[in-house]
Design a binder for this molecule. Structure first.
Ligand SMILES: [Zn+2]
Length: 170
């Protein structure tokens, strides 16, 4: 269940960067979790102890690193900023929802710095009802924004095709 809200942000980001495929936006929204899996395999992080991938400082550094990479590939500042923000949105959502006591009894907040630092969080996921509302609200809103954006892109494509056809007939 946890994770749907992050995907919602990935869907919604399509509106800001319609040229970026969903296949990249969704992994960006989950980038901190993907990194955490890698760090867990490497023995650096473990379940319930994710100071590098989910710490405030770590997340800021990771998001800051995404900006020049995205800029270099896309040559578009807007895409660089949006992808960087989508990556950081993961920390903001985790701050709102952690500690997820509705999911793990021993859950803690998100770390501020690295190992053994202060852990903070609003803890919306301490309550199963609040958790479900947050997850489905974010996912639903994100998918709705995505669908509206796709419709807009389709209409724009149709009207530019019409213009080309009209010009061709003149
Ligand atoms: Zn996470």
């Amino acid at each position: 269940m946890a994770g749907l809200a992050h995907l919602g942000v990935g869907f919604a980001a399509k509106r800001a960067v319609p040229e970026v495929p969903l296949g990249l936006l969704l992994p960006c929204s989950m980038a901190l979790d993907i990194l955490s899996i890698g760090l867990t395999f490497a023995g650096i992080e473990s379940h319930g102890n994710v100071p590098y991938s989910h710490g405030l400082l770590g997340s800021l550094i990771i998001s800051a690193v995404v900006f020049p990479i995205a800029l270099l590939i896309s040559r578009n500042i807007r895409i660089g900023i949006v992808l960087s923000l989508v990556v950081f949105s993961h920390w903001i959502l985790d701050f709102m929802t952690w500690p997820m006591k509705a999911v793990y009894a021993d859950a803690e907040g998100v770390p501020v710095f690295f190992d053994n630092s202060l852990k903070i969080g609003i803890g919306l996921h301490s309550n199963i009802v609040a958790a479900l509302i947050v997850e489905f609200l974010f996912l639903g809103a994100g998918v709705a924004v995505y669908i509206v954006t796709l419709e807009k892109i389709r209409k724009n494509n149709n009207s530019s095709n019409m213009q080309l056809t009209c010009r061709g007939k003149l």
